[in-house]
Ligand binder design. Structure first.
Ligand code: PRP
Length: 218
């Protein structure tokens, strides 16, 4: 049985839809109930929902054999696991953004609000800019509006949140997409099953066909 951590929300729905299309469906997940794990012994899979930012922790510690999470999380936490495949979904960009008229006075320390303090620190070190990180857990866009920070370092998908708050991308830093990740011990002991799952997903990615997203209760 492969244990699969799904990220609650749209990414998890897209992930499950791709897994089902690859032959790893689990009808129990479609039922309306309060169960937390769903399995299909015939296909050798057990799914469970977790917070998107926790997928890598479940996989790193072996509570899940595999999972799907954003490259942003992998860059930030650098978990000890294998990255097996770029699923080509959940695409966005990690960016520096700020007010439209932002001028960077290099004589001052730049105040940067972000959920991704490690990635931000590495980026600003690479360009030799002095910064003060303000670590937040969400609603990052509000920080420059209230004068808490000069800029933000965050993921941008449609750009809608920035636009609606009169902010704009100042610098694109790294593209992000969802990755199939795997526990290192599981990769050894459940090698065949995991490779079968990876290859099934890889064929879907290569085919370029868009998989219809299945709406799920979670
Ligand atoms: C993310 C990100 C931005 C927004 C970008 O936030 O931090 O706020 O999505 O998406 P957009 O470019 O399509 O507008 P999320 O929805 O994860 O919520 P959060 O603010 O609680 O982190």
């Amino acid at each position: 049985m492969i244990n699969i951590a799904l990220a609650k929300g749209r990414l998890g729905e897209k992930t499950y839809s791709m897994m089902a299309a690859a032959g790893f469906d689990c009808p129990a997940i479609l039922e309306k109930n309060r169960k937390l794990t769903f399995e299909n012994p015939e296909k050798g899979v057990r799914y469970f929902w977790v917070k998107p930012s926790d997928v890598a922790i479940y996989v790193e510690r072996g509570a899940a054999d595999v999972g799907v999470c954003g490259k942003d999380i992998l860059l930030e936490y650098d978990p000890d696991l294998y990255e097996l495949l770029d699923l080509g979904i959940g695409k966005c960009r990690m960016c520096v953004a700020g007010p439209k008229d932002f001028y960077d006075n290099e004589e001052r320390t730049l105040r940067v609000a972000t959920k991704f303090s490690n990635v931000a620190r590495t980026y600003y070190e690479s360009i030799g800019r002095d910064i003060d990180i303000i670590k937040l857990n969400g609603s990052i866009e509000i920080a420059p509006l209230l004068g808490l920070s000069d800029v933000i370092f965050d993921i941008v998908e449609t750009g809608g949140t920035l636009r609606e708050n009169n902010l704009e991308v100042l610098q694109e830093v790294v593209p992000v997409s969802a990755r199939l990740v795997c526990n290192k011990v599981s990769f050894q002991f459940k090698h065949e099953e995991i490779i079968r799952l990876r290859d099934g997903l890889s064929n879907i990615v290569k085919s370029g066909e868009e998989v219809q997203t299945i709406k799920l209760e979670h």
